[in-house]
Design a protein around this ligand. Structure first.
Ligand code: ZN
Length: 205
């Protein structure tokens, strides 16, 4: 691309860093922003800065939150004895959309992957085990991806929770192995939480 403006080129380069955005799309977005009112673009950039600088992790569950404790963990209406273990925030959003789960979550921030060099220590696992040892949790529901990494992570957590008096279950899956739960439709996902089975029996498929 031959740019007539260095400023335009810089903006295109930055936009093209975003996932799924090629240079042509980046150019279209940059030109679009150029034609919008300055206040609108300022609001846009300020929202991105606030996202980056002000969002934090909930100190209870690890989910993305605007405050130290997320709205779900802070809610007295939720069942704090039932904890659903998920990979990331997108999974929390997907399960919340089903309206079928009244417990709380525990967000790992990924799954164990020796291939990518992600070990249990890199994930938010220890706080989950500590919470379970404290005796306030009755059930831990695994809602991890049906991949080798997801299964490895579920098994690792299961072993850590053994003999801690916590029931461990796994959500039922009506979906193909390898699908991330965020891509499952709401009805199927809602049903799979209601039809959860004890771990590790539920892992056999
Ligand atoms: Zn939380």
């Amino acid at each position: 691309m031959n740019f007539s403006s260095r400023l335009l080129e810089t903006a295109v380069n930055e936009l093209a860093r975003l996932p799924g955005i090629g240079r042509k799309t980046a150019l279209r977005l940059a030109l679009h922003l150029l034609n919008r009112p300055a206040e609108e673009v300022e609001l846009f950039t300020r929202s991105l800065m606030a996202l980056r600088q002000e969002i934090r992790r909930c100190k209870v569950c690890g989910n993305i939150s605007d405050s130290d404790t997320c709205e779900i963990c802070a809610s007295p209406k939720r069942d704090h004895a039932t904890v659903c273990v998920v990979q990331d925030t997108r999974d929390v959003m997907a399960i919340e959309n089903t309206g079928q789960f009244a417990g709380i979550y525990h967000v790992l921030g990924g799954v164990i992957s020796p291939m990518e060099g992600i070990s249990p220590d890199d994930l938010n696992i220890v706080p989950l085990i500590e919470k379970s040892s404290a005796g306030t949790i009755k059930e831990v529901i695994m809602a991890l991806p049906t991949t080798v990494e997801g299964d490895t992570t579920a098994f690792y957590i299961y072993r850590q929770l053994e003999n801690k008096g916590v029931a461990v279950s796994v959500i039922a899956r009506g979906i193909a192995i390898g699908d991330d739960i965020e891509f499952t439709d709401e009805i199927t996902l809602g049903r799979s939480i209601l039809n959860r089975t004890p771990y590790p029996t539920g892992m056999q498929r």
